[in-house]
Design a protein around this ligand. Structure first.
Ligand code: A3S
Length: 465
């Protein structure tokens, strides 16, 4: 289906002469105030899927230009492969129904099957004109219906939701610099990518870096289609494994048996995801289908967000598993952490995933030199560490470290300086603080971080079969 969408300050049309035998609509004339005029050419093969996708485009343009009225205008001149009038008319009626279902404003339609005189006063601003080609292969279907068409089915609504994070989560994602993306967020995304490469053994046997393809947001139709397309790209490419950068995150994919539990892998990355993952089969009848022009089978794993959306985190399609984008996985983990906190638990990240692994806090200025030595010896071992100087109260600095779920908060006071020890608050154990020798602390933090990919011995390279 081809669309030409114009933001008009006013429009007028008048039927002049029948263009087909027995036009389904009576002749008519109308003057319309400010509206989006949607010139529509129904193409060969268009079905209710294109009608729903086109309705989405029309309603989105009206919202974009802030107009409360749309005029659907059948227009047999935007495509070389037009559908015959009868089919075109029935698809046009479907488009009208789908627009009415979505659009809170007024929806009008010009008569079909007529030569018409018309006038459109185009507003002329940069956003005024838009042309779109709408095809089913862009659609994601759930139980055979496009996700974008409101179906009242809670799963379909959750899949199509564009607002996966509530206010609470948005604040936390900003603090962790995941949304908008910042340094801490890229550390978490990168750590997840390294962890996945390590878990799948790809890091030892090599993988291809695919060019990234744009992806809008963490959930909704586009994210689902992007993940499915990525799997197919790797499968069709006959690749052993691949990493594609998608915006601030990356998708890691590898050849995997169908009995691989992607839910298990995700909860291994963070137990916070436990119980918040849902699997939807990629199956034309019963489940989710991101048609890419050919049949395939598999499933997708979604994170159930606190805001009630389903965020795609992993998929297994035709022998290829893929997890990511890693920034969406990190966001899901933080959102799940909020759910744990709401249930009275203290959300913690594995040390290898924590963007900040250790905070060193000298109580007073005379403790700064020794504290700096502690911070430097941790950083020297590759521990992500910061020193928070006594420019504000001790309590405020401890709370700041806790707000970033820092696994190790290390306080340095007079006693510690004299005895060459440190006082540690471990977020995971939640127990009170403990005094221990600096060397023992370094050994513990590094051994915790070693549970991640960075220090663990890589598996021996596979003999190239
Ligand atoms: O082609 C004659 C008139 O019949 C309608 N029509 C279509 N509209 C959209 N998509 C198709 N595939 C169509 N097939 C037929 C239109 O109303 C068309 N009339 N603007 C007027 C005069 O040109 C017009 O296109």
């Amino acid at each position: 289906m081809r669309l030409l969408l114009l933001h008009a300050l006013e429009a007028w049309f008048k039927t002049v002469q029948e263009a087909i035998r027995d036009p389904p609509d009576p002749p008519g004339e109308a003057r319309v105030g400010e509206c989006v005029v949607a010139f529509v050419s129904v193409e060969d093969g268009d079905t209710e899927v294109e009608a729903a996708l086109a309705a989405e485009e029309v309603v989105a343009h009206a919202a974009r230009v802030g107009v409360g009225r749309v005029l659907l205008y059948p227009f047999a001149h935007l495509s070389p492969s037009l559908a015959p009038p009868k089919t075109a008319y029935s698809v046009l009626l479907k488009l009208e129904a789908e627009v009415r279902r979505r659009f809170k404003g007024e929806a009008l339609r010009a008569p079909f099957g007529w030569y018409k005189a018309f006038r459109v006063h185009c507003a002329g601003h940069p956003m005024c004109e838009l042309s779109r080609t709408v095809k089913a292969s862009q659609a994601v279907l759930y139980r055979g219906k496009p996700l974008s068409s409101p179906s009242g089915d809670p799963v379909a609504e959750a899949l199509a939701s564009r607002r996966p994070w509530d206010g609470e989560a948005v604040k936390l994602l900003a603090r962790f610099q995941l949304h908008p993306p910042g340094m801490l967020g890229s550390v978490m995304s990168g750590a997840l990518e390294e962890w996945l490469l390590w878990k799948t053994g790809l890091s030892s046997r090599g993988y291809s870096r695919l060019p990234g393809s744009g992806r809008e947001g963490d959930s909704g139709e586009a994210a689902v289609a992007a993940l499915a397309r990525h799997c197919l790209q790797v499968a069709e490419g006959g690749l052993e494994g691949a990493v594609a950068s998608l915006g601030p995150g990356a998708v890691v994919s590898w050849r995997a048996p169908s009995n691989l539990s992607l839910e298990g892998l995700l909860t291994e990355a963070s137990s916070l995801l436990e119980g918040r993952l849902a699997r939807v089969d990629l199956d034309r009848e019963a489940g989710l289908w991101a048609p890419a022009g050919r049949d395939y089978s598999g499933y997708m794993v979604f994170y159930k967000s606190r805001a009630g959306a389903l965020v795609p985190l992993a998929a297994w399609v035709d022998g290829i598993a893929c997890v990511g984008p890693t920034d969406a996985v990190a966001k899901a983990i933080l959102d799940a952490g909020l759910a744990a906190a709401e249930a009275g638990e203290t959300p913690t990240l594995p040390v290898w995933l924590a963007p900040v692994q250790a905070a060193v806090i000298p109580v007073r200025s005379e403790h700064v030199d020794y504290a700096r030595r502690v911070a430097e010896s941790l950083a020297w071992e590759g521990v992500r560490t910061y020193l928070d100087p006594p420019t504000r109260g001790l309590g405020a600095r401890i709370r700041a470290a806790a707000r970033l779920w820092t696994p190790y908060i290390i306080v340095i006071g007079g006693r510690e300086v004299e005895s060459g020890t440190v006082t540690v608050r471990r977020r995971a154990s939640g127990a009170e603080q403990e005094s221990m020798p600096l060397e023992a602390l370094i050994e513990e933090v590094v051994s915790q971080a070693r549970l991640g990919p960075r220090w663990s011995p890589l598996p021996p390279p596979q003999p190239s079969q």
